[in-house]
Design a protein around this ligand. Structure first.
Ligand code: PLP
Length: 446
């Protein structure tokens, strides 16, 4: 008989995830809260990995998944269509702008970006543009951890070890406009950063460039970095001028997170391909999607179809979760709540910068808010590398029962930053609760 080990021993033996610290074992979750096995409560001020948009324990989502499990838990997408995938594709197509109505399902964010890159390349090949293969990304940025997504990710910590296997792509600077010391206005800086894309295209040779990939509002690597309005139309203009596809990574910013359905909707952006995940299933199942226009998908389908496909793509239970999540987003008015609560959160974070002058540059949209921790906020002088004040802050908050979001990033003008991104169901009282604990944590960090 196999010896029964303690949970403690088992987890040390079997788990291999990249958390820095031993974390408590979770027991249950409801709304914006989680509880560990010892009964301690945590406010989910990060919505997990900025994905639990509809909150924990949503009965309608759970029941929809249970119903689907009772009918068909799995049917291979190469053998059967399923109603849930069809309905979710229609639901997305109805909500996405500018003809982004051809949908392809995968199991997560990295897979979604990976599929976007492959679809772009296949579009080029199927339209006789074989020489186009370079996909320009930004530094810093985060697009996932698979070999393909790392090639367009700007973060030396994550990428360097694997550069030998993948093929690192050209990167342009992310628009950290608030850090620049020059006489330009913010809007002029937005143009300046967009023009860096054109300079890179010319440097690389326009005929070799296939696509540009970016988050409309930068997430994990840049803590809710919002470019000036001028950035977006200029980027589209440059892509059009050189026949380059624009891929928006909306894995974090999609499904209402920023107070619009897509982050790019704040500027009426017209990407050719969009990656979605996270909020799409809100954590109830592994799910991701890409949405593309017929202009891109048409030639690929006509020349034999997309050379891609995962076992769990279009999984009926995951898609049932997605359909129910979209239903809840509508029923509970979560896009609107994100916009309204986001402004409240912004005001509260601004107030914290007055109490704690080492944090500054509060930014973001909706419930996608971030701020920087500086050595000298006026001079925009970052803290010395290695101090990791952001990681210290998330630990201090965690000890006090609040979860916030931050990553260690290297490359480009990053400093220590953090994000506050509660589920989109958050109330004004709960924002108050988050800010109170965050204030205590900042006090402890000071
Ligand atoms: N793209 C962005 C913008 C992300 O924030 C993430 C995850 O944080 C990913 C892609 C990768 O998603 P996943 O962790 O589901 O693979």
């Amino acid at each position: 008989m196999i010896a029964v080990q303690s949970v403690e021993t088992d987890r040390r033996a079997n788990l291999f995830h990249f958390t820095r610290l031993q974390r408590p074992i979770v027991d249950r979750a409801d709304g914006i809260y989680l509880w560990d096995k010892s009964g301690r409560r945590y406010i989910d001020g990060s919505s997990g990995a900025v994905n639990v948009n509809v909150g924990h324990g949503n009965r309608n989502v759970i029941d929809a998944m249970k119903r689907q499990l009772d009918r068909v838990s799995f049917a291979y997408i190469f053998q059967f269509e399923n109603e849930q995938a069809i309905e979710l594709a229609r639901g997305l197509a109805d909500r996405l702008p500018n003809g982004l109505n051809r949908i392809y399902f995968v199991s997560g964010g990295s897979e979604a970006i990976e599929a976007c890159l492959k679809l772009a390349r296949q579009w080029a090949v199927s339209t006789g543009q074989d020489k186009r293969w370079k996909i320009i990304g930004r530094m810093p940025s985060y697009h996932g951890v698979t070999i393909g997504t790392l090639a367009v990710t700007g973060d030396d910590i994550l990428t360097k070890t694997f550069d030998a296997i993948g093929r690192p792509m050209p990167l342009v600077p992310a628009p950290f406009v608030h850090r620049d010391h020059d006489n330009l206005s913010m809007e002029q800086r937005g143009i300046r950063y967009a023009d860096m894309l054109e300079e890179k295209i010319l440097e690389e040779g326009p005929e070799s460039v296939l696509a540009f990939v970016m988050e409309p509002i930068g997430g994990a690597a840049t803590a809710a970095l919002v470019p000036p309005n001028s950035y977006f139309p200029r980027i589209r203009e440059i892509c059009d001028r050189y026949g380059i596809l624009l891929i928006h990574d909306e894995v974090m910013t999609g499904i209402g997170r920023t107070g619009k359905f897509l982050g790019g909707d704040h500027w009426s952006c017209r990407p050719d391909i969009v990656a979605l995940s996270k909020g799409l299933s809100s954590g109830y199942a592994p799910l991701g999607a890409l949405a593309a226009t017929q202009r891109i998908v048409g030639p690929v389908v006509e020349t034999g179809g997309f050379l891609h496909g995962h076992t769990y793509g279009g999984n009926p239970v995951a898609c049932a979760a997605g359909v129910a999540v979209l239903g809840e987003v509508d029923r509970l008015g979560l896009v609107e709540n994100s916009a309204v609560m986001g402004e409240l959160l912004r005001g509260e974070l601004e107030a914290l910068t007055r109490r704690f002058p080492f944090i500054a540059d509060v930014r973001g949209k909706g419930l996608f808010m971030g701020a920087e921790i500086y050595a000298d906020p006026l001079a925009k002088e970052p803290l010395p590398q290695g101090l990791n004040a952001n990681l210290r802050l998330i630990d201090l908050a965690f000890e006090r029962g609040l979860i916030i979001y931050s990553r260690r990033v290297r490359g480009g003008p990053v400093s220590d930053n953090f994000m506050v991104c509660p589920p989109l169901i958050v109330t004004s009282d709960q924002i108050g609760e988050i800010i109170a604990v965050l204030g205590d944590s900042l006090q402890a960090l000071a």
